[in-house]
Every structure is written in structure tokens, then in C-alpha cells.
Design a binder for this molecule. Structure first.
Ligand code: NAP
Length: 338
């Protein structure tokens, strides 16, 4: 790998849906190694909807400074090391960013044992179904959703990596699972994952049609709503919640590009139905990640969890891949093969 690498930086703060001119591809000279550092050649990195907030301001973490590399999960190979923790050739996972390579301290990296990966549990799963999206589904559903066998789980953006995983974990726990996704192709995919019913929200022309569709698919009401979307879809789900229902706020993608939030309208239902709503930041569960990753790998190996990846080649297309998340272009976990 050359000392000079390409990486994407933030050049302008978006105030609505991001455009490609918010990002700049720059050449960067990686420095020589200091003590306890490694040089990593990036093989894959992710584009994540959750990064949207930090492009404009403070979010679950501080705003990304202008000129900074866009942060993301990545998989890379150690090509030079002054650390005792790693040898040349080790594969690692960490926050490598939208970059062809990085020199960094040897902390905050997870060594990936090649023996743990094969055709079923692919190495890319470590930044997908066994990484942030899968872990969000795992902890959001189990810790905040508090599922009980036989309950009804409703999941929005059910064809996405978080939603598809949450729904399948729900099935493995004995829940009735209903997904919401956009368009016939994505709904067919969600159906193929074993969900009990799927709602195509794009085929519902009005808010009352969306509410009717949810009530039709969940005739006993919704016990757990796993929300990846927010806005009108959240309002529709609230109107279908059963007493003592739990709303897990995983993501609010329909809000991320709005200058003024849509907000929640059906607040009175929280009183009448004793509803509970809670948000999570998956990193709060970091100490429990290894156990959850092993359990997720087990579900995959037992064919109880299918995951889909949407991988494109080349660092140049990263901004388009990211922007496409907000118009439903991704089919599964969107990664860039560098
Ligand atoms: N809390 C945490 O710690 C945490 C961690 C990771 C991710 N998240 C959040 O979890 C959510 C899901 O993430 P993901 O990685 O699995 O991505 P994802 O669900 O694949 O996100 C992209 C998808 O969102 C849907 N979408 C986009 N704009 C929409 C809109 N206005 N209305 C309805 N649907 C819309 C589209 O699917 P359709 O084609 O079906 O519309 C699109 O393909 C995101 O909101 C993300 O921010 C939270």
C-alpha cells in the first residue's frame, strides 16, 4: 500500500438530504509508525444512516468536524506494526472510516480469527449482522423490547440490516413478527425471511390506510414496535399498540434529513395504553458484544438468521452509496469493497 491514500472527508454540512458536494475525496500521506501503532489497509467499510446526524451537528457523539474523515466501521489487514498485539497479515475490525488505509494506535481494534468465518458466516458479517446493525437489533429487542413468547412484534425498515435481524431474532424467540418495508421486492425479501406478515408502506396512499394495514396484520395489537423510521410510521404504530406495549427507538431515518422534526402526535395513547418508549445507543452495550456476537453466529449457523449484503466496489462511490440509503436504494447492509 502506498503511503499516500485516498479518503473521504466532510467538506460541507448538509441541512437536508446530503448531496455529493458535502464530501471531498482527498489524498492523505499516512505518517511513519510510532510506538504501539499499526498501519492498516482497508478491505471494506460501511455506510451508515446513523452517521447522518453527525454531519450536521451533535448526535450520539459529537458533530464530525469539517475536514474530518467520515467515520464508519471497517475491516482491514495489518500491513505494518510496532505493536505486540498484532502481526503483519492479521485481519482486524474497527472504526477505519471512509479511507483506503489508516495508521492508528493498537487499541479499539478487534482481531478477526479467519477460522471463525466461512461461506455462511462471512468476514463482512463482522461489520454487519454481527456488528453495529445486528447488535442494535439484538440489544434493542431483548433489553428494551422485553419480548415474551407469543407477543406481536412490528418492525419498520424490515428489509434493512437492523430490521431484518430484529424480526428474525423475534421469530427465534417465539414472537409473531410483522414487517414494514417499501416496495414489492423488499416485501418479498422480508417474507422470505419468515416474517408472519409484511406491509408495503409505499402502497398505502394515506396515513389511515397505513394504520388499517398495521391493524389488519396485527389484529391483537402490537406488543413491541421496533422503530427504525419514526415520523408518520411511528404515529401509525402507536395507534395499534396494545396496553403496556413497548416502543424501541432504534432509528428515525424519516427524520434525519428534516430541518424541523415531524415529532409524535399520538402522545395521549401513552397514557391510555400505559405505553413505554425507550431509545438505545448500541455502544452502551459494548461489554456484552462478544456474547451477543457468538449467539448471532449460532443463529446464522442454525439457519435461523439470514443476512443480506449490498457491496459495491471502489472508494469513489461511497457518498452515492450513503445518500442512496435515504431513498431506499440499499438491499441489505451497504458496504464498500475498497
Ligand atoms: N440506536 C443505535 O445504536 C443504532 C445503531 C445502528 C443503526 N441505527 C438505526 O437503525 C436504523 C436502521 O439502520 P440500518 O443500518 O438497518 O439501515 P436501513 O434500515 O437499511 O436504512 C435504510 C432504509 O431505510 C428506509 N428508509 C429511508 N428513508 C425512509 C423514509 N423516509 N421512510 C421510511 N423508510 C425509509 C429505506 O427502506 P425502504 O426501502 O423499506 O423504505 C432504506 O433502504 C437507522 O435509522 C439507523 O440510524 C441505530
Amino acid at each position: 500500500m502506498n503511503r499516500t491514500i485516498k479518503r473521504w472527508t466532510l467538506s460541507q454540512r448538509p441541512d437536508a438530504t446530503p448531496t455529493t458536494d458535502c464530501f471531498e475525496l482527498v489524498d492523505f500521506e499516512l505518517p511513519p509508525l510510532e510506538a504501539n501503532q499499526v498501519r492498516i489497509k482497508t478491505h471494506y467499510f460501511s455506510v451508515d444512516p446513523g452517521m447522518r446526524g453527525r454531519l450536521s451537528g451533535d448526535s450520539y457523539a459529537a458533530a464530525l468536524p469539517l475536514g474530518a474523515v467520515i467515520e464508519s466501521a471497517g475491516i482491514g489487514e495489518i500491513i505494518e506494526t510496532s505493536s505486540e498485539r498484532f502481526v503483519v497479515g492479521d485481519m482486524v475490525m474497527g472504526g477505519l472510516g471512509w479511507s483506503q488505509g489508516v495508521v492508528q494506535i493498537d487499541r479499539g481494534l478487534q482481531k478477526l480469527d479467519p477460522a471463525l468465518f466461512d461461506d455462511k458466516v462471512r468476514i463482512t458479517a463482522s461489520i454487519g449482522v454481527m456488528g453495529v446493525p445486528g447488535l442494535t437489533a439484538w440489544f434493542g429487542l431483548q433489553d428494551l423490547g422485553r419480548p415474551k413468547q407469543g407477543e406481536t412484534l412490528l418492525v419498520s425498515s424490515a428489509a434493512g440490516p437492523v430490521g431484518a435481524t430484529a424480526g428474525q431474532i423475534g421469530k427465534s424467540l417465539g414472537l409473531k413478527v410483522v414487517g414494514i418495508a417499501g416496495g414489492t421486492e423488499k416485501c418479498a425479501y422480508v417474507d422470505s425471511l419468515g416474517f408472519d406478515a409484511v406491509i408495503d408502506y409505499k402502497a398505502q396512499k394515506t396515513q389511515s390506510q397505513l394504520i388499517q394495514a398495521i391493524q389488519g396484520a396485527c389484529p391483537d395489537g402490537v406488543d413491541i414496535y421496533f422503530d427504525n423510521v419514526g415520523a408518520d410510521m411511528l404515529d401509525a404504530a402507536i395507534s395499534a399498540m396494545r396496553p403496556h406495549g413497548r416502543i424501541v427507538v432504534s432509528g428515525q431515518i424519516a427524520e434525519y434529513n428534516r430541518p424541523d422534526p415531524h415529532g409524535i402526535r399520538n402522545v395521549t395513547n401513552f397514557i391510555t395504553h400505559r405505553l413505554n418508549m425507550a431509545g438505545l445507543v448500541v455502544y452502551d452495550y459494548a461489554k456484552q458484544f462478544p456474547e451477543a456476537q457468538a449467539a448471532i453466529a449460532g443463529l446464522i449457523r442454525r439457519d435461523q438468521l439470514i443476512y443480506s449484503e449490498d457491496i459495491s466496489n471502489g472508494i469513489d462511490g461511497a457518498p452515492e452509496a450513503f445518500i442512496g440509503l435515504f431513498s431506499g436504494q440499499n438491499h441489505g447492509r451497504r458496504l464498500i469493497r475498497v
